[in-house]
Design a protein around this ligand. Structure first.
Ligand code: BT5
Length: 245
């Protein structure tokens, strides 16, 4: 098991930004950056991530994987998705699901988003900054985020970071070890039964499709009107037909 060195901030711009600064300075030890509040929390493509004080688990894991080719590094986001979904199911008993590729959803609402950013040396991945934002408290987010919710709003449970982190990190370490020895397929096998996307009718950047499966490299396999195509995590938006999931 990794020995995570925990660094806590009351207030920071973004735990991902801090992890990347430290990685560029040469930090390679497995380090968990946690903040009570982020003033400039970010989602993918520089979208804003709301991170009010004390309302969630805002964290970034910085680690140096062994033997992961640069092209495979983005798969890390599936490790935290599987580990946190499994952990939250155990703790709350609620059917937390994974919305492809990087969200956790409960009752059709987004309770968590993840963001993997990586650094490279040659054709190998040198470090990964894996950010996770999990909403814990109800009534903390702007009302215009109509698809957002929290553990408290959906389950009535008031959880703290301490309730979640030890179990989450143990699950993460075991799935991460499988990733490095067996490849991403082992991680995807754990996501499949938790996937809110597989089997659903979806819109992929507005185009209607049926999500059939996830490939072992994390791609979403979809049947479109003109045939079956693989959708790669990246810039595409995948939504339900009438709703978020
Ligand atoms: C994500 O992006 O879902 C990845 C979020 C990663 C956040 C963590 S927090 C710790 C670490 N430090 C950071 O700076 N980031 C990471 P994306 O799929 O692009 O979703 C972003 C969209 O989700 C926004 O455009 C909003 O619509 C919505 N959103 C913003 N804040 C939210 C929140 N707290 N809960 C649910 N949805 C939110």
């Amino acid at each position: 098991m990794k020995n995570w060195n925990v660094i806590h901030f009351e207030d920071i711009d973004s735990t991902n930004a801090e992890a990347k600064r430290r990685a560029r300075e040469g930090l390679r030890e497995s380090t968990l950056f946690v903040a009570d509040r982020q003033s400039a929390g970010r989602g993918r493509m520089d979208r804003k991530w709301e991170s009010p004080a004390g309302a969630g688990l805002w964290m970034t894991q910085l680690f140096a994987p062994e033997n992961i080719p640069a092209k495979d590094a983005g798969g890390a986001v599936f490790i935290s998705a599987a580990a946190l979904a499994e952990t939250l199911r155990e703790i709350t008993g609620a059917p937390v699901m994974v919305k492809w590729p990087n969200d956790l959803v409960l009752n059709g609402k987004k309770i968590c988003g993840m963001l993997a950013e990586c650094g490279f040396e040659g054709d190998k991945c040198a470090w990964i900054a894996l950010g996770t934002g999990l909403n814990l408290k109800k009534d903390a987010l702007p009302a215009e985020l109509i698809y957002a919710s929290s553990i408290e709003a959906e389950t009535g449970m008031q959880l703290s970071a301490d309730d979640i982190l030890p179990r989450y990190l143990a699950a993460f370490d075991s799935i991460c070890a499988a990733w490095q020895t067996e490849g991403l397929g082992a991680v995807i096998a754990r996501i499949r039964p938790l996937s809110a996307t597989i089997g659903s009718d979806v819109r992929v950047d507005g185009e209607y499709a049926k999500a059939l499966d996830m490939d072992s490299d994390g791609a979403l396999v979809c049947r479109f009107a003109d045939g079956v195509r693989r959708v790669l995590a990246g810039d595409v938006s995948v939504r339900g037909i009438t709703d978020y999931v």
